[in-house]
Design a binder for this molecule. Structure first.
Ligand code: F3S
Length: 771
């Protein structure tokens, strides 16, 4: 085997140590001869070991055992990094304990094109960027400036390696699975644990195997693998599972093409997604100045970087996909699991009331903005030009995934071809994918109904432009390009032609060919600020008058009696995602200012105490004055009057994005507990980490019995009373003084209870540090 090599050319001081991973894996396996899936190999070789942490394969149960892990790296983007870094500052540690990077991709608004948008973004967000830059310097973090690239593309180009484990404060972190690295999206407080060198907790996931056979052909691409899977599994079918690909078809795919699949696995709610080591990974590593890693990995491919032979018997489920017969898919609108094979799309469009005319076509996002993707786009443009069609019919936005991709396709003339077709080239940021799109071609405020098609991953209601009437479809970049020329969503490039104005000829596309990598990547502008070591003397400046940044004050430790006779602030009715609890869009700018962002708490939630027909979202009845007011204002008033309160939640409370603001805000405004029918996993953890009590009704029907004016007391939650696996009791007293009781469940482990008593996980880290 080759000698050890740095984990990345940008982290020369950290070695990639496959031998250590293997010996750890052997220790966990003990005498067991059971073949392991790739997911198991990566997870178990990253288990956190200490005198209190011993692991044994026979005692690890999928879906039951809480794993304590040590990831190889942490990544945050600029919309989550501010709060994550503010929390890290509160932990008073001198620097991060594992390689960490921050990526400035979410804040820039797309409007005029790359140069102008970046300039405007740099000015508008200068305070946040200055904070990120100074905090990164002080704490030994790498900072990627605006324009450097989208977080997952930058990770793929510089940091992803086979057999690694990365956590990121973004749900599309599984993108790294295209490089055989397990990537998992987490909340900021989980990232802070790992940055502080503490174990990071993950419920041991199930593993669903997807066997790929055959080879992609014609218009089919890897985007269609995940679009088809989304149709099979739906948006929640991957919950608690890693999607692990295997079979001969995996050997036929390029690395960035596999990353597309893993990236969009977030749309089926999976924990992560991964491909086994393949030669295309080695080719990509070599093309991105990491041939030493490629050489090292090839020596460990069978022992560590692929599933063991026979491990397919240990998948919890197996799905078969034959690439030979895979059709192009177009998914949407409004949900990524509404999957249409191309041959059925025309019918679906004619039976729906989706506008047929495409108002915008967009190629980009972390899902599909690789060299291969943009090369395919340019091939179709050249076909159109040769047929005498110089320009696309539909407004067309194209964003490369990173500065190096941009520089490469500029050098090769691909970008000029794209511009010549009439496309607007956007900056290498998230832009319309995350609603950062100043759109003027349709009446967004007036909710004008329209259709857009993109190569992005998510197409939830109002995701791109805030307009709930925008019907958004997702598909491959080549299909998007074909739609840009046809201008119609019912177009099928395999069977249909496009009339050419002033000619009897028609434009008939042929499927583009895949060119996985350029002959050589061109290095673009250097927009990276390397970590500074021994920089504890540096300071991080936050203007006390800032509206965007605010240092965090530690929350108070647990006060006995906090849960006696609490008013119910709100009884949430129906779906309540983290977007309902802490909406995004214009609130992005307050992500680093807890006081200001708390003004959005539960703004989009429906409250069962407010008549449903009033359609009044984000409001509640003040329990002391009976006046109807905004939920966050009532919460603030109760807090200022030193009245602790609780929230009643419905099913899967806190699903969706992992943002920890949804847990920080209720804690900051005086909340003590959330009692729900059930919780989304990450939000439940986030609540615990911020020192709030997440509890579930043992009998979900008890939710229905909660009435306006009720007072809630939690019995059995004090120190020494609340124990793992022991139920607590809910006592509800109504306005007449009558009361009823019901059992409550919780998922606290011994370790979690320490966060509760300390007031938060961060306070607990501080205690440990001082011991
Ligand atoms: Fe950005 Fe959209 Fe990806 S928001 S990180 S481009 S999913």
């Amino acid at each position: 085997y080759a000698p050890r090599v740095p984990i990345s050319p940008l982290n020369l001081d950290v070695q990639l140590d496959y031998d250590r991973q293997i010996s750890q894996l052997e220790a966990v396996k003990g005498a067991s001869r059971r073949p392991l899936t790739l997911t198991e190999k990566i997870l178990y070789s990253h288990l956190f070991t200490s005198p209190e942490h011993h692991w044994n394969l026979d005692s690890i149960r999928r879906g039951e055992t809480l794993l304590h892990l040590r990831p190889d790296r942490v990544a945050c983007h600029d919309a989550t990094a501010t709060m994550a870094l503010l929390q890290f500052i509160s932990a008073s540690l001198p620097n991060v304990q594992i390689p960490t990077t921050v990526h400035s991709d979410h804040l820039v608004v797309s409007r005029d094109g790359a140069e102008e948008d970046l300039k405007r973004g740099q000015h508008e967000h200068r305070e946040v960027y200055a904070f990120l830059s100074s905090a990164a310097k002080k704490y030994g973090i790498g900072w990627w400036k605006p324009g450097a690239g989208i977080i997952h593309t930058t990770i793929f180009e510089n940091y992803a390696f086979p057999g690694g484990l990365i956590i990121g404060t973004d749900s599309h972190t599984p993108n790294a699975g295209g490089m055989g690295m397990l990537g998992i999206g987490v909340g900021g407080s989980d990232a802070v644990d790992a940055m502080a060198g503490m174990p990071w907790e993950l419920m041991c996931p199930q593993v669903a195997g997807v066997r790929l056979t055959g080879q992609l052909n014609s218009w089919a691409s890897t985007k269609d693998i995940i679009c088809k899977l989304a149709g099979i599994l739906t948006v929640s079918g991957g919950k608690g599972r890693v999607i692990e690909f295997f079979g001969p078809g995996t050997e036929t795919l390029g690395a960035t093409a596999m990353a597309t699949v893993c990236n969009m696995s977030a749309e089926i709610g999976s924990t992560s997604c991964i491909f086994p080591y393949s030669e295309s990974m080695a080719r990509y590593l070599s093309a991105t100045k990491r041939s030493a890693i490629a050489r090292l990995a090839s020596g460990y491919k069978d022992i560590l970087l692929r599933a063991d032979e026979g491990s397919d018997h240990y998948y919890d489920d197996i799905i078969e996909i034959d690439l030979d017969t895979l059709e192009p898919h177009v998914n949407g609108p409004f949900t990524p699991d509404l999957s249409h094979p191309l041959s059925e799309l025309k019918d679906a469009v004619s039976k729906s009331n989706w506008p047929v005319k495409v108002s915008h076509a967009m190629v980009g996002s972390c899902t599909n903005s690789s060299y291969e993707d943009l090369y395919k786009t340019s091939q179709l443009i050249k076909q159109a030009q040769s047929a005498g069609v110089p320009h696309v019919k539909t407004p067309f936005l194209v964003s490369p995934g990173s500065e190096d991709i941009r520089a490469t396709i500029e050098a090769e003339g691909i970008l000029q071809t794209i511009r010549d077709a009439g496309a607007v080239v956007l900056s290498t940021t998230c832009g319309p994918c995350v609603g950062q799109w100043d759109r003027t071609d349709v009446d967004v405020k007036g909710r004008e109904r329209n259709t857009v098609v993109s190569s992005f991953n998510r197409n939830f209601v109002a995701r791109h432009d805030g307009n709930p009437e925008t019907c958004s479809f997702v598909t491959s970049p080549e299909m998007v390009t074909a739609f840009a020329y046809s201008g119609r969503i019912d177009f099928n490039p395999i069977t249909d032609s496009i009339p050419i104005e002033g000619s009897t000829q028609e434009l008939r596309f042929t499927a583009p060919t895949s060119v996985e990598l350029p002959l050589a990547f061109t290095t673009g502008q250097d927009l990276y600020q390397a970590p500074v070591h021994n920089a504890s003397q540096l300071s991080v400046d936050i203007d006390p008058k800032s509206e965007r940044l605010q240092l965090l004050k530690p929350f108070d430790p647990w006060i006995p009696g906090s849960t006696d006779s609490m008013p119910v602030l709100v009884k949430v009715r129906g779906k309540c995602t983290t977007d309902h609890i802490s909406p995004a869009g214009p609130w992005y700018k307050y992500r680093g200012h807890l006081e200001n962002i708390s003004n959005n708490m539960l703004l989009a939630a429906s409250n069962a105490f407010v008549p449903e027909d009033s359609k009044l979202l984000g409001h509640t009845v003040h329990p002391l004055t009976s006046k109807i007011d905004l939920i966050h204002e009532v919460a603030r008033d109760l807090r200022d009057q030193q009245v602790k309160w609780c929230i009643i939640g419905d099913w899967n409370y806190g699903e969706g994005s992992s943002r920890e603001h949804a847990a920080l805000e209720p804690r900051y405004l005086g909340g003590v507990a959330v009692i729900a029918r059930s919780f989304a996993r990450i939000h439940e953890t986030n609540l615990k980490k911020q020192g709030m009590l997440p509890l579930t009704f043992a009998d979900p029907q008890d939710y229905d019995k909660i009435q306006p004016g009720d007072r809630v007391t939690l019995v059995g939650v004090e120190d020494g009373e609340l124990l793992p696996s022991k139920q607590a009791t809910l006592r509800v007293t109504n306005r007449t003084g009558a009361f009823w009781e019901a059992p409550l469940n919780h998922s606290y482990s011994e370790g979690h209870l320490k966060w509760l008593r300390a007031g938060s996980a961060l306070n607990h880290i501080n205690h440990i540090k001082q011991m």
